[in-house]
Design a protein around this ligand. Structure first.
Ligand SMILES: *Cc1c(COP(=O)(O)O)cnc(C)c1O
Length: 387
């Protein structure tokens, strides 16, 4: 352990089991450690740096805004967040946006919006939010309650009440729950990210949508990880042909700056009134300028390239020695490996490729614009490490 790592241990709360590696700089999909060693970044800060490190156009948009107006209270109008909200609505068909600073906050807002809608339309005892087992929705006490994985809950009870969990792929569980519980919202990830890169089946996703429509229950799709081009479409719900009432997103939205967004459909667009919700930093001009730069470049042609790169990886890994299966879509992929995932990731790191894990899988979330030669090189290193 070097002196920097010792200081980290002395001064930083011990919530992260860090890799023994200090990243000091980067450009695009390449990052450099303190000794100048180069790595191909297949994690992009957990799906955050959508166009890689220090992307030129993003940097220009962000620095121009930084020198103009870095922050102003939401008591005043500012152009960057308004332009961004308009673009988000134009690209999704949603009607209104609330900006926050993280995925957990975007989900808190989604839950508040759904609870208010359902209380007003179905009565004050209609407050239970149903989520899926193995889901991940954040670390605040309310989004932890939403998260359907017991091991995150331990030691932090009591969590916010009014949540129930059902197993994915069993629509009858949701239907049975509705018989004795007033359901205020159903919240899903189209692909469970932290849960091990597990996509919902089309059949189940459609059944949840039908259930929500029939009971006038807001459907919340958590697109914090799957959103903003990650799966080869703008938002993963679009692949499934869903029409959610609420979409939450964050991670890759602003390309490496903290920004969360909660999108409201036409039906829910007026659910919030003055004072119902707020955020000091939400819609910050610098973060919004960064997000506009990212979102405006997620064109259909660009997203097709993301999908094609994903297909290349799926084809490369499927059936390869040491790889049991490949899951996910676009550039959000999970590899079930014969060796423990942590071992594969450690070997990749030693050979200049940074990968992530999710549950027992190797998880890949490279920058959306990673050049093909780097992707090919990274894939070869991963193949050799998994063998
Ligand atoms: C990462 C993640 C969150 C939490 O986002 P934070 O920005 O860490 O609060 C919520 N939902 C999903 C699906 C995520 O992947």
């Amino acid at each position: 352990m070097n002196s920097m790592m010792l200081k980290d241990q002395n001064y930083i709360a011990g919530t992260y089991k860090r890799f023994p590696l200090e990243i000091v700089s980067g450009k695009g999909s390449l990052v450099y450690d303190a000794d100048g060693k180069e790595y191909i970044d297949m994690g992009s800060g957990i799906a955050v740096t959508s166009f890689g490190i220090a992307d030129d156009a993003w940097q220009e948009a962000v620095t121009a805004q930084l020198g103009t107006l870095q922050h102003m209270s939401n008591l005043y109008y500012t152009d960057p967040c308004i332009r961004l909200a308009e673009l988000l609505c134009l690209k999704t068909g949603m009607s209104k946006v609330f900006f926050s600073n993280s995925g957990a906050e975007a989900n808190e807002c989604a839950i508040k919006a759904a609870r208010k809608y359902s209380a007003e339309n179905h009565g004050p005892d209609c407050y239970t939010v149903v989520t899926l087992r193995n889901s991940f929705h954040g670390r605040t006490l309310t989004t932890l309650a939403a998260t359907g994985q017991e091991h995150y809950h331990e030691l932090f009870s009591p969590l916010t009440p009014g949540f129930a969990h059902v197993n994915a792929e069993h629509i009858e569980e949701l239907e049975a729950l509705a018989e004795n519980t007033k359901i205020a919202a159903v919240m899903i990830e189209c692909i469970q990210g932290e849960g091990g890169v597990v996509p919902l089946s089309q059949e189940y996703a459609s059944a949840v949508q039908r259930f929500a429509d029939e009971h006038d229950i807001p459907l919340i799709v958590d697109e914090v990880q799957t959103g903003n081009g990650r799966t080869g479409v703008l938002y993963a719900y679009m692949r499934y042909g869903l029409h959610p009432d609420i979409v939450s997103t964050a991670k890759g939205l602003a390309g490496g700056l903290p920004l969360g967004a909660t999108l409201l459909s036409e039906k829910l667009q007026n659910v919030f009134s003055y004072g119902d919700h707020g955020s000091t930093f939400g819609g910050n001009p610098v973060c919004s300028a960064g997000a506009y730069s990212i979102l405006s470049r997620l064109t259909d042609d660009f997203l097709q390239e993301v999908a094609a790169k994903g297909e290349y990886l799926v084809n490369t890994f499927t059936g390869a020695p040491g790889i049991k299966s490949v899951s996910g879509m676009g550039l959000m992929l999970g590899l079930a490996t014969e060796k423990p995932a942590a071992e594969v990731v450690a070997e990749c790191m030693a050979n200049g490729v940074l990968c992530l894990t999710a549950k027992d899988k190797v998880r890949l979330l490279p920058a959306l614009n990673i050049p093909m030669p780097l992707l090919e090189k990274a894939a070869q290193v991963i193949l050799a490490s998994a063998k």
